[in-house]
Design a protein. Structure first.
Length: 269
C-alpha cells in the first residue's frame, strides 16, 4: 500500500486523486505557458487537449498542467481551465507553505561542496568536481563525486540520494525490525530505503517495506509513524477503521506524528 505525497491531480468532477506516475504529453495547446499568481509565488501553467473523458490538472516540475477532455466547446474549455486552475493553485499554495526536504538543492545549483545533516545529527560531506566520466567514491567524511560531461542534474541528484540511502540502509532496516518486534511481529521479506518524489513509503503484498530516503531528514516520531503505518498494512491492506485501530494500538499518539508528516513536502527530481 503506497503512502503518497505531493504529486496530485484534480479532475473536472471535483474529486482529488493521488498517484505517482503520469503519461506523456501527446498534443499541446497553442497556449503553451502562462503564469498564474498566488499570494507569494508565480506558478507556470500550460493547457493540453487530450482524448480523455474528463478534464484534469496535475502539478509537475513546478508547472500546473491542465489536460482538457475531448469534445469541449471553447466556452467549456475556458470554464474547465479557470475552475481547475483556481483549485490547483490553492493546493500548490498549501504545499509551498510546507518544509521542503531538499538537502542537495544548493549543492546541485552552484556548489562544489556541501555538508548535509540528517535528523539524527549525522553529517555527510559531498565534494563535486568535473571529469571525463562520472563516478562516486566514499571518503571518511562523505563522498567525492566526479561528474562526467554527459551527466545531467537529475542523474546527479539520483546518484547522491542513492549514496546516502545505501549508507543509511542498515540503520533504517534495524529500526524497522526493532519496531516490528516491539509491535506487530509480522513477516517482513525485505526493507528498502530509496528516494521517491511522490510517496513516503509502501508495503507490498509480499512484505517488502519501502521507505523514502527523505525520512532521514524528518523528526524521529514522524519516521516512526511511517514505519508503523507500513507495518500495519501487513495486518490490513486497506485503510479501514480496523487498520487505523492497529496503528493506534502500536502508536497511541500517531495522529500527532501523522499531522507532523504533513508539515513536509518532497522535492522533484
Amino acid at each position: 500500500m503506497a503512502f503518497i505525497s505531493q504529486i496530485y491531480i484534480i479532475d473536472s468532477d471535483h474529486c482529488t486523486f493521488h498517484f505517482s506516475l503520469f503519461t506523456s504529453v501527446k498534443r499541446l495547446d497553442t497556449r503553451v505557458y502562462c503564469e498564474a499568481h498566488m499570494n507569494k509565488h508565480p506558478v507556470r501553467h500550460r493547457v493540453e487537449r487530450t482524448k480523455n473523458k474528463h478534464s484534469r490538472a496535475v502539478f509537475r516540475d513546478d508547472t500546473i498542467i491542465i489536460r482538457l477532455a475531448k469534445g469541449l466547446s471553447k466556452d467549456e474549455e475556458t470554464e474547465h481551465v479557470n475552475d481547475l486552475l483556481e483549485r490547483m493553485l490553492k493546493q500548490v499554495e498549501d504545499e509551498q507553505e510546507k518544509i521542503l526536504i531538499n538537502p542537495f538543492g544548493k549543492l546541485l545549483d552552484k556548489g562544489e561542496s556541501a555538508t548535509i545533516t540528517l535528523a539524527n545529527g549525522k553529517k555527510y560531506c559531498f565534494c563535486l568536481r568535473p571529469g571525463k566520466k562520472t563516478f562516486i567514491r566514499r571518503t571518511t567524511r562523505g563522498w567525492n563525486v566526479q561528474i562526467g560531461p554527459s551527466m545531467r542534474r537529475k542523474g546527479l541528484h539520483r546518484l547522491i540520494w542513492k549514496a546516502v540511502s545505501k549508507e543509511e540502509q542498515p540503520r533504517i532496516e534495524q529500526m524497522v525490525m526493532r519496531l516490528n518486534d516491539e509491535t506487530f511481529g509480522v513477516h517482513i521479506s525485505d526493507v528498502k530505503l530509496q528516494f521517491a518524489s511522490s510517496q513516503w513509503g509502501s508495503c507490498s503484498p509480499s512484505g517488502t517495506i519501502m521507505l523514502n530516503s527523505a525520512l532521514l531528514f524528518v523528526r524521529p516520531e514522524v519516521i516512526k509513524y511511517v514505519i508503523l503505518h507500513e507495518l500495519a498494512h501487513r495486518k490490513r491492506a486497506d485503510h479501514s477503521p480496523q487498520y487505523w485501530q492497529w496503528v493506534e494500538w502500536a502508536m497511541p499518539n500517531y495522529e500527532k506524528a501523522r499531522t507532523g508528516l504533513h508539515d513536509y513536502r518532497l522535492p522533484t527530481i
